[in-house]
Ligand binder design. Sequence first.
Ligand code: NAP
Ligand code: HSE
Length: 316
Amino acid sequence: VKRLRIGLLGCGTVGGGFVALVDRERDRLRSRYSLDLTIDRILVRDAGKERRGIDPALLTTCATEVIDRDCDVIVEVVGGVHSAGTYVRRAIRQGRHVVTANKALLAATGSELFGAAAARGVTIGFEASVCGGVPVIGVLRRGLAGDSIESITGILNGTSNFILSRLHEGLGFAEALACAQELGFAEADPALDVSGQDAAQKLRILAGLAFDAPIRRTTVVGIDGITPGIIQNARSRGCVVRSVAEATRVAGGIELRVGPKFLAATEPLARIVDETNAIVIRGRAVGEIVLSGRGAGSMPTAAAVLADVLDISCLT
Ligand code: NAP
Ligand code: HSE
């Protein structure tokens, strides 16, 4: 049985789910992959906070105590760009493989981080950074590697879709957002969700994998301007409002667009409700591929993180 030692940065919605999932799957991973996963140390901001199922002895507020240990993989689920970037760069310099769920970090500094990782001979797994538990990164990197991608269209932000679903049921915007936050779907700064920026970051990551062409234009409109009147107007036309992200080929490159749309209630994306995400990928050879599932939340996202950790276990 091979032992894989993990240093965990962050123990909130995703990090806490990851600890619970590793515990739950431990016996299966041992018998199926001859792999023994241990979480050696966990970085948090507040070590005194009550955390069900977490051994307090593992907690630290000092990042180097996690990163500089002799772990095989560093899992970054702290979020944000500044501190998380510092931690990931240090982990790479120390020769650690990294798994991250942090699309903000990758959208802002991905090419630098992937360059540094390649130069140091380590891997960055990022399946959890786009669409939570839906394995779209693996599909684009491996499953569709043989085809030319023509377009990607989808619902990439669970919080926005959850809010729009509630607005259609008559709930107010503020109550719907509070509910999404309570359920752990929203970003620490929910403005990223409702402004469309989170979806745009994910779309940028997908476009980077799917197309060998520069991004020429990006347009991002949030759902923060959606009023009960707009919802009513959509309903009166037999439509629903959804925030749709689209990456399409244009002259000289790729255009990215995120924004609310009226979709006929019979359209496939109109039927995507709550925190569910959906992605329609059109390839020249394969035609249309549709993926859909839980795009946010503790356990679905933790499953994507764990999948990356298992991939990395083959490299150690
Ligand atoms: P979260 O619930 O806010 O958890 C963040 C964790 O990181 C907390 O344990 C926090 O410590 C710790 N932390 C934050 N800043 C820190 C710092 N500067 N130093 C030390 N520890 C720090 O966030 P989350 O929802 O799990 O999201 C984490 C990442 O996953 C983000 O990049 C997010 O975009 C991404 N993601 C989230 C979801 C989702 O559904 N939530 C899905 C996909 C991807 P305390 O516990 O002490 O506050
Ligand atoms: N805040 C994000 C969302 C989490 O609602 O989609 C998943 O990336």
